[in-house]
Design a protein around this ligand. Structure first.
Ligand code: SAM
Ligand code: TMP
Ligand code: ZN
Length: 416
């Protein structure tokens, strides 16, 4: 008589938004901290965690199954700089100008930015003489913001920070966060803080990578330690309601591989735009949160892994040089999922001082300044910063003219 085996239980964890059940749909394996670039002489054991992503059956929020303690990611030496892309500098300058003529056009307005980093957005606000505060826990980048004339508080934003800011500066017209809210698992504390900090007519505006684009383009490298949530209109709408807020606008953005800018306000304070209902309906129609759609995404990720490793092995066998371009946090997910090391990718070219002359996390691929890229040009460049493709390809025309080719792995593995 054969024993009847139960199918294995899917991995589950409690939802960080509603305490419902999150069921895993993709496992990306053991991963290092995505922004922990190591000195070559560092022989300490690297911190790792299991990178897996799941969806909540109750509120639809897509989130990591395991949380990395925030102090391990955001500290004095956090290397990422917002100013590293000309396109992003212009994006934030234009947005600051828009805020100055809309949300910040009233009497003695106040804007609070979470994760202001090097002050790329707030410096335009500071130059206009408008009251502002950047909240930024990572020491070195906060110092750069202060040097640019931005008022910064070196702190993690959470409910207690919000209450203390309100005591000191009064209520805010605008709370803003770019590529930061999705980094914060304690979303409930953030939203309680935002509600406590905002004026009755104020708004919480945040922009983060959009689940809809991630699934459509199979941009699985958007999943890493810092990206705890992958937001959609559906999940943000549900989260806002739980906190007595209303989703009143959504705007799709072309930056960072596809983002959505969400605007939340107190209920009844603003009339929701037609774009909100339209995006909610679109997500429903395409079944964005359906299990089959999320499972299909996982299948395509595994196909990309197979194809990318095959291509790199083939180029190595042919004696071709392959160099990485952009030591993005995203690249940690790709290299460590695919087992790509210095044998397949010689080094990664990157403009960020705090990443250079170090080894990329997990993979151990050296990071070099851009001058190394042209000295001499490799035959192939693996574009880890694919979200900045237009800017980089325009800047690197000489590479193409020298016969160089770009390797991309989103939405599938291809050479251009
Ligand atoms: N806003 C910038 C941009 O879009 O380029 C920086 C984004 S960077 C990926 C995320 C930033 O959020 C980091 O500078 C990090 O230190 C900061 N951060 C992380 N947790 C935070 C928190 N609880 N409150 C405020 N900032 C936080
Ligand atoms: P991001 O995709 O998270 O913005 O990271 C982009 C990384 O790529 C960052 O480390 C800076 C680097 N980079 C370059 O090395 N050259 C460039 O031209 C651009 C735009 C970015
Ligand atoms: Zn939930």
């Amino acid at each position: 008589q054969t024993e009847q085996k139960e199918p294995p239980m899917p991995n589950q964890s409690p939802c960080r938004v509603c305490a419902g059940t999150v069921t895993e749909f993709l496992d990306l394996g053991s991963q290092p901290l995505s922004d922990a670039f190591r000195l070559p002489e560092d022989t300490s054991v690297e911190f790792t965690y299991r990178l897996a992503v799941g969806a909540c059956a109750d509120c639809a929020m897509v989130q990591l199954m395991e949380e990395v303690p925030r102090e391990k990611m955001f500290h004095q030496d956090y290397p990422y700089l917002s100013q590293g892309s000309a396109v992003m500098r212009e994006h934030f300058r234009a947005l600051a100008e828009r805020f100055l003529s809309t949300e910040l056009a009233g009497e003695d307005p106040l804007v609070v930015e979470l994760g202001c980093n090097d002050g790329t957005m707030l410096r335009t606000v500071a130059e206009a003489g408008v009251r502002h505060l950047g909240v930024e826990p990572s020491g070195a980048v906060a110092d750069l913001a202060a040097q640019a004339g931005v008022r910064v508080r070196k702190d993690f934003f959470e409910e207690s920070t919000a209450l203390s800011i309100r005591d000191q500066d009064g209520p805010a017209d605008l709370v803003y966060a770019a590529n930061t809210f999705c980094h914060i698992p304690y979303a409930d504390s953030i939203l309680r803080g935002v509600v406590a900090l905002l004026k009755p007519g104020g708004a919480f505006v945040f922009e983060d990578p959009y689940l809809g684009d991630i699934v459509e383009q199979t941009s699985f490298d958007q999943i890493y330690d810092e990206h705890f949530f992958l937001f959609s209109a559906t999940s943000v709408d549900a989260m806002a309601r739980r906190h007595g807020l209303e989703l009143v606008d959504v705007e799709r953005l072309p930056v960072h591989g596809g983002e959505v800018r969400y605007t939340l306000a107190l209920p009844g304070a603003r009339t929701p735009s037609a774009a909100v209902a339209a995006l909610l309906a679109e997500e429903q129609a395409r079944g964005l949160h359906d299990r089959a759609v999320l499972d299909g995404f996982g299948d395509r990720v595994r196909a990309i892994r197979t194809d990318l490793v095959a291509l790199l092995e083939d180029l190595k066998a042919k004696g071709e040089r392959v160099v990485g371009y952009g030591a993005t946090a995203k690249s940690a997910t790709v290299t460590n999922l695919c087992g790509i090391g210095p044998d397949l990718v010689e080094f990664i070219s990157d403009t960020t001082p705090a990443k250079q002359h170090r080894l990329a996390p997990g993979s151990g691929i050296p990071v070099r300044p851009p001058a190394a890229f042209a000295d001499p040009y490799p035959g192939y460049a693996l574009l880890f910063a694919w979200n900045h493709a237009a800017e980089i390809m325009a800047k690197e025309e000489a590479f193409r003219e020298a016969g160089g080719k770009w390797i991309l792995y989103v939405p599938d593995v291809h050479v251009v």
